[in-house]
Design a protein. Structure first.
Lengths: 281, 778
């Protein structure tokens, strides 16, 4: 199929985009990497009157190094991160997340901000950046605010309002000696994960932060200032613990999140495998 | 066969002649062809699976650019005959005007200078449908009191047939009874290139010229002639580069008839390029089966009888030319597989549902039949407490029994099935897996080994077609072979090569006989104006029948050039022979180029009594007997199953294959690897789901395997020449697709056997495994 007729506008600044969003009607669509929008246009799942191309706005492609974090513009592509074309304070973790975020042909175009705005809780960027405790910055005519990436995963799209532009993502640096593990279950290498998990053991304060999502369900984040000893032992062990053992560790949090037994088992299994596969960075 | 180093003859792994333009992007597909003034066609499709058209309004300004069913009064539905008694006729309509029978059925068409503008017109058509309760699966369609899919039918069977007859076995042959209900999921044939057609009216030749992504250009011409009421000589079908077919491009789609009708009626040029979504949801459906089968065996697992039912979801209509019977009825006759089974009674049915018509896809019916048979074998082995491979070994037809006519009348031409199985067993070492299983009892990762044996009926003739109710069948296959004045060779064939490497393998046949260098041989195909009639490329037939025709033509040509060469060498014809592209007599020789030059340009050098037959030879071949060839093989998979997540990892995969004499082993291995990939799609990935309201899915949830999903594979060949073919070759293009799902499913079940779990549906998805594990209370 081919897209229905629309007007195309290449935006030049964040201010211009915000103005357009303020006055937008429901048929204005922002186009960044196009990996979701263009197929939707072609299948006429959306038929906007105006498509605003934001991919080449300088403010949206920044890559700034700060004292304890990196700020990446929302339109930085996965391949730019993967290829170390932008600063990475996570000791390579960010590049690993980028490298998993779809086939290379997609990664060359897909942007981090675009992935977050899609709000698919199992996306590599949402799970990975949630475990890294990254924060997105969104702006609108009403001002600028911070949104935890994990809140985007939890709310599944509604975290970013329709009149807001996701401008950048702030990713905290990771200390040497931290542990990072991921695991996902995909039907095929290029398919969307059925379930995805990421676990970070932060060497700065010995805290643990886990993010896990099952397709179609909200993201779950488990943060431990004082992680259970059993979980600590699993990190990087190479041998996933039994699902029952992992359930003992995380069951209360999952029950509080309202997860059913079968889903809780699957989440526990994913976390156990992510933790067991962790590597020291 | 011993192949000399540097040889390009039969048996040599010659690089494919056709690959360079494909790799360089120089090939031209239908989508690459454009003619000035061309109009693109887009279709309005039914959004629901069953309903009555209550309103179909086209804006007045768009009406000249829209075609409705009411505009096509002279076009009848795509009727195809079927000889099966009780066959319910429901043939694809070009456009549906009064009601719809599946989601995606074409209701109207729009034409415009671009596809986008055509789709704009489609978007402006108002279609109101009153929904009816659809029959979306086999069980629902056959439930008592269910509304029939088509008015006038008394039930929802396209056709039914009993293969074999009721039997009674002695008690010692039915000591063990094993019954299984097995299901395969609906799949979609997904060639890299979707369907595509460009039809133009050529005033100079007064012909309809059709560029079509097809694997059977001559059959398509016949079909177009019948449906458009246009003489065949008024139609030329050209298949340009075709990006995969798998059987799906051997059928005619209503969209293609409409595009041709436009070109004829409006004397213009029209093109329809099926997009990926249309390919997925509207026309490439297949392989959805439900089998309920019982095997009767003795205590050792020796099986004496099989009975039960096999049902195939045929969708709403019978596709041209094969009807719903091809898949539905063929399935029922294949359950005895490669085994020596004496009693057989299977009731086969092709069931009508409110889904797109089922169409052939690589191995048509055989992957599903093999899946059913091989799971039944493993279940029998578990019932008698033996290794599945041991039970297979005891039941396989032996080499001493060859040639062997099985219980459903299929004539196995040659082979040593048991030796093939045992070689696979040697390579897999099941004892090693058993030892590993013993240490894995408390682990979340369970390993299993699964075997599947298959034989592939290929290049079959009239009897097989008639048994499926098809009144037409392939007969003589013809080719033209022409020696050119410069000594080069042209081979013209009516088949279409769309990935099989036939431009190379047919050239190897000619080279073997005439010695003309491979790079001086051109194989032309895919154009009805330039080739003899052919049923086309399907059923793994080409290397047997077209290879035979090329061989016959080349032998005839060899006789003619030898006669001239002998004269030019001043030798008796009996003293001469062809060696390396030259006619040799004693110590003298003369190249074919020189002979061709004499024939075409220096007739005064020719003998006065030369037979006037030219160096342009027509050769034909019809297999004798027409029972076909049976290549065969054993696949074995070792899998690791994560019982907590349902993830399946294929750790190793073994294939032992016997396709007779291999014309080009490298191409055969390519076919095997490609077939395996599609078989693994059936095993683990591909499932075309529809929602409860009959809505089809997208490639978001329809998972196709890619290179990353291919396991490390060990491949070995056995060579048992067929006694019935020109060089001992056997058709093999579909073979590796057939057993893969069974091998993997058996391996998964082997891994889960200790938990008391047996999964009888493919694909074996993580969700199915998790559900099965949860179901046992783990």
């Amino acid at each position: 199929m081919k897209a229905a007729p629309f007007c195309y506008h290449a935006a030049r600044s964040v201010g211009e985009i915000v103005s357009l969003l303020e006055t937008r009607d429901s048929s204005t669509v922002l186009l960044a990497g196009g990996q979701a929008v263009i197929p939707a246009l072609n299948r006429r799942l959306c038929t906007p009157s105006l498509v605003v191309d934001i991919a080449n706005v300088a403010e949206l492609t920044i890559a700034d190094r700060a004292q304890d974090h990196v700020v990446l513009g929302a339109c930085v592509t996965s391949s730019a991160v993967e290829d170390a074309s932008v600063p990475d304070g996570t000791r390579g973790i960010l590049a690993c997340v980028a490298a998993r975020s779809g086939p290379r042909t997609v990664r060359c175009h897909a942007t981090i901000g675009g992935s977050l705005c899609l709000g698919d809780s199992v996306s590599d960027w949402i799970v990975g950046l949630s475990a890294l405790d990254a924060v997105a910055e969104a702006t609108s005519a009403c001002g600028t605010r911070s949104i935890a990436v994990s809140d985007i995963g939890r709310s599944r799209t509604s975290a970013v309002a329709s009149d807001e532009l996701l401008v950048s993502i702030r990713i905290p640096d990771i200390a040497a000696g931290s542990w990072w593990g991921t695991w996902d279950l995909r039907r095929s290498a290029g398919a969307r994960p059925d379930i995805a998990a990421a676990v970070l053991a932060d060497a700065r304060d010995a805290s643990f932060r886990c993010a896990v999502a099952v397709a179609g369900r909200a993201l779950i984040v488990l943060a431990y200032r004082d992680p259970p000893e059993d979980l600590r032992k699993v990190m990087g062990s190479g041998a996933p613990p039994s699902t029952e053992a992992m359930l003992d560790i995380v069951n209360d949090e999952l029950a509080a999140a309202g997860e059913e037994r079968a889903t809780a088992r699957l989440i526990a299994a994913a976390l156990g495998r992510a933790a067991a596969s962790a590597i020291r960075v | 066969m011993t192949v000399l180093a540097g040889s390009t003859a039969i048996g040599a792994s010659v690089s494919r002649k056709e690959d360079l333009p494909l790799m360089m992007g120089h090939s031209k597909f239908v989508g690459d062809i454009a003619i000035p003034g061309m109009r693109e066609v887009a279709f309005l499709r039914s959004p629901i699976p069953s309903g009555i058209v209550r309103r179909l309004d086209v804006p007045a300004t768009d009406r000249p650019h829209v075609i409705l069913a009411s505009d096509l009064v002279e076009l009848a539905p795509m009727k195809v005959d079927c000889l099966i008694e009780g066959f319910n006729a429901a043939f694809c309509r070009i456009l549906s005007g009064a009601d719809v029978s599946y989601a995606g059925e074409p209701v109207a068409a729009a034409v415009a200078p671009t596809r986008a503008r055509a789709e704009d017109i489609v978007a402006r058509i108002a279609l109101d449908l009153e929904g009816r309760d659809p029959a979306l699966d086999i069980t629902t369609a056959l439930s008592p009191g269910r509304r029939v899919v088509h008015a006038g039918w008394t039930d929802n069977f396209h056709a039914r047939k009993t293969i074999g007859s009721p039997f009674t076995l002695p008690d010692e042959h039915r000591e063990v009874t094993v019954r299984r209900q097995l299901r395969t999921s609906r799949q979609c044939a997904a060639p890299l290139e979707c369907r595509g057609i460009l039809a133009t009216w050529d005033e100079r030749s007064s012909q309809l010229v059709v560029y079509l992504s097809t694997q059977a250009p001559h059959v398509m011409r016949t079909a177009l002639s019948e449906m458009l009421g246009l003489a065949e000589r008024k139609i030329r079908v050209v298949a340009p580069a075709v990006g995969g077919g798998f059987g799906y491009k051997g059928v005619v789609l209503p969209e293609e008839i409409l595009v041709c009708w436009l070109a004829v009626v409006r004397k213009g040029t029209y093109r329809w390029l099926q997009d990926r979504h249309e390919n997925l949801i509207t026309s490439a459906n297949c392989r959805e089966y439900a089998c309920d089968l019982t095997a009767y065996a003795d205590k050792s697992g020796r099986i004496y009888g099989i009975e039960g039912t096999t049902l195939a979801d045929g969708g709403a209509y019978s596709a041209y030319p094969y009807t719903a019977c091809l898949e539905g009825l063929q399935l029922g006759g294949l359950i005895s597989g490669p085994y020596d089974i004496s009693a057989y009674c299977v009731h086969a049915g092709a069931v009508a549902t409110n889904k797109p018509p089922a169409m052939p896809f690589r191995g048509t019916a055989r992957p599903g039949a093999c899946y059913a048979t091989e799971l039944l074998i493993d279940a029998t082995a578990r019932a008698v407490g033996r290794e599945p491979w041991e039970v297979r070994l005891d039941n396989l037809v032996s080499a001493e029994q060859m040639p062997y006519t099985n219980v459903t009348g299929k004539h196995f031409d040659s082979g040593d099935y048991r030796k093939c199985l045992m070689r696979a067993v040697e390579l897999v070492e099941p004892a090693r897996i058993r030892a590993r299983q013993a240490t894995d009892v408390d682990s979340a990762t369970r390993r299993g080994v699964g075997f599947a044996f298959y034989c592939e009926h290929a290049a079959y003739g009239a009897a097989a077609f008639i048994s499926l109710g098809l009144p037409i069948s392939p007969g003589y296959e013809t080719c033209h072979v022409r020696l050119l004045p410069d000594g080069g060779l042209e081979i013209r064939t009516g088949i279409q090569s769309h990935g099989q490497g036939l431009e190379t393998t047919l050239a190897q046949v000619a080279h073997t006989i005439l010695g003309v260098p491979l790079d001086e041989i051109t194989v032309l195909h895919g154009d009805t104006a330039e080739s003899p009639y052919s049923p086309g490329t399907f059923g793994s037939r080409c290397m047997v029948v077209v290879g035979g025709a090329v061989a016959n033509a080349c032998h005839d040509l060899a006789r003619r050039v030898t006669a001239i060469g002998a004269h030019l060498l001043q030798r008796a014809a009996a003293e001469t022979r062809i060696v390396d592209g030259q006619v040799v007599g004693g110590t003298a020789s003369i190249p074919l180029r020189r002979i061709a030059d004499a024939f075409y340009r220096r007739p005064y050098e020719l003998p006065q009594d030369l037979h006037p037959a030219s160096l342009d030879v027509v050769g034909s071949y019809r297999p004798d007997p027409e029972s076909g060839t049976f290549s065969y093989g054993c696949h074995a998979a070792v899998v690791a199953v994560d019982i907590d997540t349902g993830a399946v990892q294929i750790e190793s995969y073994v294939i032992v294959s016997d396709a007779g004499v291999l014309i080009n082993p490298m191409i055969v291995e390519g076919q095997i690897h490609g077939g395996l990939a599609q078989g693994l799609g059936s095993a683990l990935y591909e499932e075309a789901l529809v929602t409860l309201s009959g809505q089809p899915g997208t490639f978001w949830d329809y998972v196709l395997p890619g290179a990353a999903e291919m396991p490390k594979t060990t491949l070995e060949h056995m060579v048992t020449p067929s006694p019935y073919t020109s060089f001992g070759q056997k058709g093999m293009g579909e073979g590796a697709t057939i057993p893969a799902a069974a091998a993997v499913a058996n391996a998964v079940n082997d891994a889960l056997a200790a938990l008391g779990i047996e999964i009888c549906q493919v694909p074996v998805t993580p969700a199915r495994i998790r559900a099965a594990v949860a179901g046992r209370g783990a």
